[in-house]
Write a protein that binds this ligand. Structure first.
Ligand code: NAD
Length: 476
């Protein structure tokens, strides 16, 4: 069922010139299920040429035609969702329902951007002299190099690709080597919808080799990266050195604050679902739980009750609600966070270890009384790890919530209007969801502040990332 994944260059599906490939492993079984073509320098030279040709065609294509193509790609993805979701679960591990949900959301994102394509308005500024027209034009920024990770193989890519293609740009997408098949299906939907050759190209290989070639290249005008803060800072520096525009969607360490007057049933249920979705490998996952001391016991009883109901298993089995970690290196990473926290005095309230020794399965884990000196309280755990501590005053909660340099997502539960309003004002993060989980819709801005990056990937802000502003002053 899993097919070997090829590069997509200039409208053709192709092996790497060298013939090299990388194995793709199913994280639930540890079986090699296929391969992905490994692009070398010679392939990257060809992809640049292809993108230049594609860009010349696409920037001259009317917005209405671009919009229609995006809609057609969305329809194809909807039709193919069950097959695409199976590929995603086989290579990434997440439960089939999550894979299908991600695939269908990708179609919604394409629909959203198909509408945005038609609304890249400029403006006319009243002139000081007769017969003069001062025009502000919006034009595509040029060729985009996009780098996307393995946790949401389609969604991280579609947010970039849809915006860029809607704006009239050409894209060179460096997809995730560990989960290449579902990302390739996104590209296939565009190709089958009739996108001209070279507008959307897909490569895989050694991430560092590809970014160090593409970012400085004079043909590339814009960089968009999703991944860790450490890599993001490195790529942003490279982009800065070569005066390239950049969007950086980086890591997070979201606080989830449960106030004394919270609806504890809703808080426990929604936070547990979102903590352990995709085995916690989500940049906006709630991580630092801050629970008011007055409701701590009541919250923990409900939260641990919800955690116990999670069924860990192969994502292709219908009963599974949490799959394995996506790759082998996440196991020692999570184990070392837990060992270090225990050494600092943290207690394990649930889970805490790997399940078996076949497949990268890990128990949903809850740690309490975790000192802020523990490494996991400062670095993104990116796994099924909830860290629960108590607080007593609003100011204490704010101090801890804003303590880190991360600033991506935050969550809070309170029935007080005063508290809710103060949260919107005080929390230092790009997105805050209060009394429900409402982050990452196509029509709402998605992005961070501080070390979590810059730029937006949803809402009306998103297409701006792929547009350049040009001022034209003309006398008749
Ligand atoms: P990593 O830092 O090696 O890689 C993270 C991502 O960046 C991968 O997609 C990788 O291909 C890419 N990457 C790495 N070096 C690159 C380079 N020089 N040029 C271009 N791309 C490069 O880590 P990992 O083991 O794959 O993932 C672990 C960490 O990455 C997690 O702890 C998490 O913090 C972060 N991560 C974040 C997201 C997100 O959605 N923000 C997604 C995946 C991983």
């Amino acid at each position: 069922m899993y097919k070997d994944v090829l590069l997509h260059i200039g409208g053709e599906w192709t092996n790497a010139t060298s013939g090299r490939t990388i194995d793709v492993v199913n994280p639930a079984t540890e079986d090699v299920i296929g391969t992905v073509a490994h692009a070398g320098r010679e392939d990257l030279d060809v992809v640049i040429e292809a993108a230049e040709k594609g860009y010349a065609i696409w920037r001259a294509t009317p917005a209405f035609k671009r919009a229609a193509l995006l809609r057609k790609a969305a329809d194809l993805i909807r039709d193919r969702a069950p097959e695409i979701a199976t590929i995603m679960t086989m290579e990434q591990g997440k439960p089939f329902a999550e894979s299908k949900g991600e695939t269908l959301v990708a179609a919604d994102i394409l629909d959203w951007f198909s509408e945005e394509a038609k609304r890249t308005y400029g403006r006319v500024i009243p002139a000081r002299g007769e017969g003069i027209y001062q025009l502000v034009l919006k034009e595509p920024v040029g060729i985009v190099a996009a780098f996307t990770p393995w946790n949401f193989p389609i969604n991280q890519a579609v947010r970039k690709v849809a915006g860029a293609v809607a704006a009239g740009c050409a894209v060179i997408l460096k997809g995730p080597e560990e989960t290449p098949g579902s990302c390739a299906e996104l590209v296939r939907a565009f190709a089958d919808a009739g996108l001209p050759p070279g507008v959307l190209n897909l490569v895989y290989g050694v991430p560092q080799e590809i970014s160090e070639y593409l970012i400085p290249h004079r043909a590339v005008r814009k960089i968009s990266f999703t991944g860790s803060t450490a890599v993001g800072k490195h790529l942003a520096a490279l982009a800065g050195q070569h005066m390239k525009r950049a969007t950086m969607e980086l890591g997070g360490h979201a606080p989830a604050i449960v106030f004394e007057d919270a609806d504890l049933d809703a808080a426990a249920k929604i936070l547990a679902a979102n903590k352990f979705r995709n085995a916690g490998q989500v940049c906006v996952a709630p991580t630092r739980f801050l629970v008011h001391e007055g409701v701590y016991d009541g919250f923990m009883e409900r939260f641990l009750g919800a955690v116990k109901k999670i069924i860990v298993g192969n994502g292709l089995e219908e009963s599974t609600t949490m799959g394995p970690l996506a790759n082998e290196r996440r196991i020692p990473a999570i184990e070392s966070f837990i060992a270090d926290a225990k050494n600092h005095g943290a207690r394990i309230a649930a889970g805490g270890e790997r399940i078996g020794n076949k497949g990268y399965f890990f128990l949903p884990t809850v740690m309490t009384d975790v000192p802020i000196t523990a490494r996991v309280m400062n670095e993104e755990p990116f796994g099924p790890l909830a860290l629960v501590n108590r607080f007593s005053t609003f100011e204490d909660a704010m101090k801890e919530a804003n303590r880190l340099d991360y600033g991506l997502a935050s969550y809070a539960y309170s029935r007080s209007n005063k508290t809710v309003t103060a949260l919107g004002d005080r929390i230092e993060s790009g997105m805050i969801s209060i009394n429900h989980h409402g982050i990452a819709l196509p029509e709402t801005p998605f992005g961070g502040m501080k070390d979590s990056g810059y730029g937006w990937e949803g809402g009306t802000e998103a297409i701006e990332a792929y547009l350049a502003t040009k001022f034209v002053s003309q006398a008749s």
